[in-house]
Ligand binder design. Structure first.
Ligand SMILES: O=C(NCc1ccc(CNCc2ncc[nH]2)cc1)c1csc2nc[nH]c(=O)c12
Length: 250
């Protein structure tokens, strides 16, 4: 997967490229990550990358000429590297809320150019002419688009075949099948008098699988009933959830 990043703070992405799953994927060239910094296109003495908003008011905007130069360069490289026209994503509080379905769509959309904004954002005419999709990662205020861009890249990278060693864990990821995860346990068997559920020590793999699915369904029902609305349950799952509800009826 080819991803171009337009950002004033490319070094922030070291957190992604130097570590873990995405780091290894970049190393194994499952993902190509390239960066374009608008500051490199600044021509004035102060190398300015921000500009004042028409109409006044607090805050600055990304300077149009340096931003567009970086976007065009990234787009050009995407086509050169992949032969495809990239989807240009702008991370913004006004964007569509990112969820696993959105991540799956982005991970299979071919090359991406991801634009991380700073200041109060970017000129609306640049959004109209150069941006294909706007995405937000949630309803809270951050200082820029870099962390959201890293969230998007990390989530998409996990879905690229071969990126995760144990591919099955990506498939079984709770948000992959739309349910919350079941509880997990590891040594010691007793912590402050609290024991591990017997079924997990039984070695009965069918019972363990059933117990875990039941816990996932039950916890989703308790904590995120909204996730169940968009997800039909088969007869077995319905039965397990009903059992859980009866056991937890207050
Ligand atoms: O660039 C991002 N944030 C920086 C930022 C924060 C606030 C403002 C506007 N502030 C004035 C205002 N707001 C509402 C009315 N008036 C502009 C830019 C960002 C990208 S994706 C994302 N997802 C979740 N949260 C985020 O902050 C982000």
């Amino acid at each position: 997967m080819w991803i171009g990043v337009v950002s004033l703070f490319p070094d922030m992405f070291d957190a992604l490229t130097q570590q873990g799953v995405v780091g290894r994927a970049v190393e194994k060239q499952r993902i190509a990550l390239e960066f374009w910094n608008p500051r490199d296109y600044a021509t004035d003495r102060h190398r300015s990358v921000d500009d004042r908003p028409y109409g006044g008011g607090p805050g600055m905007l990304m300077k149009v000429d340096t931003l567009r130069a970086a976007i065009f360069a990234a787009r050009e490289r995407a086509q050169q590297a992949t032969g495809l026209v990239p989807t240009v994503i702008y991370l913004s509080p006004q964007g569509r809320k990112l969820d696993q379905q959105g991540v799956q769509a982005l991970a299979s959309a071919g090359p991406l150019v991801v634009v991380a904004g700073r200041y109060e954002g970017i000129d609306e005419r640049v959004v109209e002419s150069d941006i294909d999709e706007e995405w937000s990662i949630g309803d809270y205020v951050l200082s820029g688009g870099e962390l959201p861009a890293m969230v998007l890249i990390d989530a998409a990278a996990r879905l690229i075949p071969g990126v995760l060693g144990h591919q099955d864990s990506a498939v079984e990821d709770s948000f992959n099948d739309g349910l919350l995860d079941c509880p997990h346990y590891t040594r010691p068997e007793i912590i402050d008098g609290r024991q591990v559920p017997d079924v997990l020590l039984s070695g009965n793999h069918a019972a363990i699988k059933r117990w875990r699915l039941k816990q996932s369904l039950g916890r989703t029902w308790q904590r995120r009933p909204d996730l169940l609305e968009g997800r039909p349950l088969d007869a077995e799952q319905r039965k397990l959830l009903n059992e859980f509800i009866e056991e937890h009826a207050l």
